[in-house]
Every structure is written in structure tokens, then in C-alpha cells.
Design a protein around this ligand. Structure first.
Ligand code: PMP
Length: 337
């Protein structure tokens, strides 16, 4: 028998990520705030878990065999997970991605052998939306469409792995969980599992500024009211993975606040995370403030900031959008020479 932490494959290396205490967020609120380090997944994001479940579910249903093609519409991370899991099991991948998504994710997908179809960003009701186009391509090729938004295997990944890991890591001492929503698999999956263990655990949706879902859960109107530079989150419809699930609390987080949390985390705690993680940390702080000191809150550190270097750590990109730059790039922070 192999000892602990020795894996037989890429798939076995997915999951069992550390929980890291976010020291400054905890000190500021008098709570214990933890981040689940999904940026340490082998494919680099929380979506590795969903990708594996989507593929294994399709294999069990007889929809995939060696040489099959997997097609998916994705902001990038699910595409990376599907491509790597697919490579390890003999499938090809065609990834449909809005051209607005980061160059780093697109370059990485190409480097891993995915066939990339870049499309202009368009809302879901538009037939040329990336998700709807991916469905058509899959149909035309007779390929497997992973359909992460409405395929319940995605949510099941988090119900069966992420949620139980968090519960076990904290020995059940968890008062609240929060995350932003792309497909809703993480929020609804972890949320449902934690509620099944303790119905008093509070589940919070923490989405970017103007997000339609925050409005929907607060007053029933599914309408976006703003823009955000975040990627992979800020969903504007009730996906299959969100059906039947309702958060206890909702908070809207500005891009400026999310950036400040991400900059603070890398500068003071050495963790370099992407902007959806910044949203989640700022969101966990809002949850902590609403519950009061002494509570334990868990959130997700979805992926690494290296996937967004040219955007969220690029002062000129940020200045053009009136957003704060990393403090260490400001003139006043540079040492005199
Ligand atoms: N953060 C990032 C960076 C993502 O790519 C995604 C998924 N698109 C999420 C958060 C949200 O995860 P979920 O799809 O489980 O809602």
C-alpha cells in the first residue's frame, strides 16, 4: 500500500486541499476566517473537482470512450480541468471561451493541447453566447457536452468532497460558509452538505458588484446592475446547479474592495490569489461583521493571481478603470536610488 500523499494519477491528486487561516481578515473581525486553498489543485483551481466529476459521470453513463471529444463553454478554469483530466484519460477537448477572459488562461489551455474557440462576450439569451455555442458544437460533432452549469455532477463534486473536507478539517466547528457563483456548484454543493451536518450553519452568496443573483435572492428580480472585471463569477440566471438552493445572506462586493483584499493577502500573508478569491475574502469579512466576533467562517481561494497577472496586477489596466493598483507599484512605495 502507498503511504499518504502518494497518488497514482492526476485524478487522485484532486481535492484534499489545505485550509489556511486568513490572519489579517480574522484579526480585523475577531472571527476565525479560513480560505480553502483551491489554487493548490493540480490544474490550479476549484474547477478541477467539477471537471473530474463531470467526466467520471459521463464515463459511468457510457458517454465517453478513448478518443472521445469533450466540449465545454467556460471562463477558462473548468476548461483547464477538463483538458487535463481528459488528457490523462485519452479524450480531446474543445473549449469555447469568451475572448474577454485572461490571456494567461487562454495561453495555458493552448499549451495543454485544448482546441480553443474564442467568441465575443454575449449574454446567455444570445444564441452565440459561449455556453450555447458549445452545446451546438458538441451536437454537430456527436461529442460529449460537459454542461457544467446545469449538470448536477458539478454540484455533487462539492457535496461529496469540498464540503466534507471543510467539515472534517474544522472538526465540525464551522458557523458560516461563503462564496461567489459561476455555476453555483461550489456554493450549493458545499452549502447543502454543511446544512445537512448542522442546519444552523449560515450560507452566504458573496458576488461582484451589480450581480443579478444578489438582487434575485433579495427581491426576486433577476437583473444585473453593474459591471465587474472579475472572471468566472457573477452569474445572471438560475442554473441547474442552483435550483432548490437558497443562501441565508447575500453581499455585493466592489472590484476595488476585492482587489484591496487580494493585494493585502499577497503582500502581508504571501498568498497570491485571483480576483474571485478577493471577492470571497471581502465577502467573508462582511459575513463576520454581520455575525459578530467569535465565529468561524470558511471561504474559497478559487485560483491563483498568476492567471490574471496582466489585469489585476497591471497598474495601467487598473488606472484606466479607476481601480486601485497594488500598493507596492505606486511611486511613493518605490525605494529611493
Ligand atoms: N472563481 C473562479 C476563478 C472560477 O473560474 C469559478 C468558476 N467559473 C468560480 C470562482 C465559481 O465556481 P462555481 O462554478 O462552482 O460557482
Amino acid at each position: 500500500m502507498l503511504s499518504q500523499n502518494v497518488y497514482g494519477s492526476f485524478a487522485e491528486a484532486i481535492g484534499n486541499t489545505p485550509l489556511i487561516k486568513l490572519r489579517r481578515a480574522s484579526e480585523r473581525t475577531g472571527c476565525n476566517i479560513y480560505g480553502k486553498a483551491e489554487f493548490m489543485e493540480p490544474g490550479g483551481s476549484v474547477k478541477d473537482r467539477a471537471a473530474l466529476y463531470l467526466i467520471v459521470d459521463a464515463e459511468q453513463k457510457g458517454l465517453l470512450k478513448p478518443g472521445s471529444i469533450v466540449v465545454e463553454g467556460t471562463a477558462g478554469n473548468t476548461g483547464i480541468g477538463l483538458t487535463l483530466v481528459g488528457n490523462s484519460r485519452g479524450y480531446r477537448t474543445i473549449i469555447v471561451i469568451p475572448e474577454t477572459q485572461s490571456e494567461e488562461k487562454k495561453e495555458f489551455l493552448r499549451a495543454c493541447g485544448a482546441e480553443l474557440v474564442e467568441v465575443p462576450a454575449a449574454p446567455y439569451r444570445n444564441p452565440n453566447n459561449y455556453v450555447r455555442l458549445s452545446e451546438r458544437i458538441a451536437k454537430e460533432l456527436g461529442a460529449f457536452w460537459a454542461n457544467q452549469f446545469d449538470n448536477p455532477a458539478n454540484r455533487r463534486a462539492h457535496e461529496e468532497t469540498t464540503g466534507p473536507e471543510i467539515w472534517a478539517q474544522l472538526d465540525g466547528h464551522v458557523d458560516a460558509f461563503n462564496s461567489a457563483v459561476g455555476t453555483g456548484g461550489t456554493l450549493a454543493g458545499v452549502g447543502s452538505f454543511l446544512r445537512s451536518k448542522n442546519p444552523d450553519v449560515k450560507i452566504a452568496l458573496t458576488d461582484p458588484q451589480g450581480a443579478a443573483l444578489v438582487r434575485y435572492y433579495q427581491d426576486g428580480e433577476l437583473k444585473a446592475a453593474g459591471e465587474s472585471i472579475t472572471e468566472g463569477i457573477g452569474q445572471s440566471r438560475i442554473t441547474g446547479n442552483l435550483e432548490g438552493f437558497r443562501p441565508d445572506m447575500c453581499f455585493e462586493i466592489s472590484d476595488a474592495d476585492a482587489l484591496r483584499e487580494a493585494f493585502d493577502l499577497v503582500q502581508c500573508e504571501g498568498l497570491n490569489v485571483g480576483l474571485s478569491s478577493g471577492i470571497n475574502i471581502a465577502g467573508a469579512i462582511r459575513v463576520a461583521e454581520s455575525l459578530g466576533p467569535g465565529h468561524t467562517i470558511v471561504t474559497i481561494l478559487c485560483d491563483s493571481g498568476s492567471r490574471y497577472q496582466k489585469k489585476m496586477f497591471n497598474p495601467s489596466y487598473l488606472q484606466q478603470r479607476n481601480l486601485p493598483a497594488p500598493p507596492w507599484t505606486l511611486e511613493s512605495a518605490k525605494p529611493d536610488v
